[in-house]
Design a protein around this ligand. Structure first.
Ligand code: RUB
Length: 308
């Protein structure tokens, strides 16, 4: 197994690399680096190396369909390529990886362009955890000259909300941090809630950092619009066939390092927000209803359904 793949998988596992986009970018880069360093003599061995890299990276975090779609897409391109020489196949990996990353970047910018319009001057926006898609969108609103405040949750157990807070402060945005359990206390006071996504299911439900569904519940009760900012490539095609998205369960140590023995600790990383709580999914195609998201993905990225 190539060092680049093991190293990326380890960083992803430890949350040194976090957030679905960053995870997918790191994974695809690791596959490309591994491919470039391959000593494989023929296509079959090269494909076996790619399959091993896929197994290691998929296992690094379970709830990351964007990463899975990215890697499957690259491997599929190699499989269907007519090239036989490993040197040419490495070129295929590089080309498809670059195209994927470029499309991801374009989606991020489109989401920022569309979503920033929903951030009004003088408003307050609440977000949960750290989503690079959301922070990019909020920076865009700030760069457009809007003055608004961000309220961010700390996001227990490992405080990714601090990354959000730092990024917002660096962007010159007035920022307030709250503990996760204070969301209902503050939600009446905010104009908009925007969160990221790790996975979108065929039914239009969204999976994001643990606590997101509670934020959505509080927002619904307060009649505060709740939006999800996400690339359509976070769609999990397996959900079409009845599979449930697996929710990663992390180490109890993250919750309480020296907990008394005998104590049960549960530490799911994500939860499911049902579509009826979501006003819209802000994606590269605009603001869409979660009800129609599956069809939209089928039109825009038909390959997702073919490379499972
Ligand atoms: C991060 C998280 C983010 C999504 C989307 O969880 O839930 O909202 O991954 O992020 P973790 P992005 O910190 O456990 O990875 O918009 O950057 O893809």
């Amino acid at each position: 197994m190539h060092e680049s793949v093991l190293d990326a998988a380890e960083k992803i596992k430890r949350l040194e690399i976090q957030g679905a986009r960053n995870v997918a970018i790191a994974a695809i880069n690791a596959v490309e680096t591994g491919a470039k360093q391959s000593n494989a003599k023929d296509k079959a061995v090269f494909l076996k190396e790619l399959a091993d890299a896929k197994t290691v990276l998929f296992a690094s975090r379970e709830t990351e369909p964007l990463m899975r779609n990215a890697i499957r897409h690259v491997i599929h391109a190699v499989e269907k390529s007519e090239e036989e020489s490993v040197r040419e196949l490495v070129e295929v990996v590089s080309r498809v990886s670059s195209q994927f990353l470029e499309s991801l970047e374009r989606s991020k910018e489109k989401i920022a362009e569309v979503g920033s319009k929903r951030v009004s001057d003088g408003s307050k926006v609440l977000t949960h955890c750290h989503s690079s898609t959301v922070t990019n969108m909020l920076r865009k609103a700030k760069n457009e000259g809007k003055s608004f405040e961000v309220v961010c949750t700390e996001s227990r157990p490992v405080f990714q909300g601090r990354i959000t807070a730092k990024e917002m402060l660096d962007a010159g945005i007035e920022t307030t941090m709250i503990v996760d359990s204070a969301v209902r206390y503050f939600v009446n006071d905010v104009d908009l809630v925007v969160v990221g996504a790790d996975a979108i299911t065929s039914e239009g439900n969204v999976i994001n950092k643990i606590g997101t569904s509670m934020v959505a519940l509080a927002a619904k009760e307060a009649r505060t619009p709740f939006y999800v900012a996400s690339e359509l490539l976070k769609f999990d095609p397996l959900t079409v066939h009845g599979d449930y998205e697996t929710i990663e369960e992390r180490s109890p140590q993250e919750v309480w390092k020296d907990a008394p023995s005998g104590l049960n600790i549960r530490n799911p990383a994500f939860d499911v927000t049902r579509r009826e709580f979501i006003h819209g999914i802000i994606c590269e195609e605009g603001i869409m209803s979660p009800h129609s998201i599956s069809e939209l993905i089928r039109r825009k990225y038909p390959w997702i359904f073919k490379v499972m």
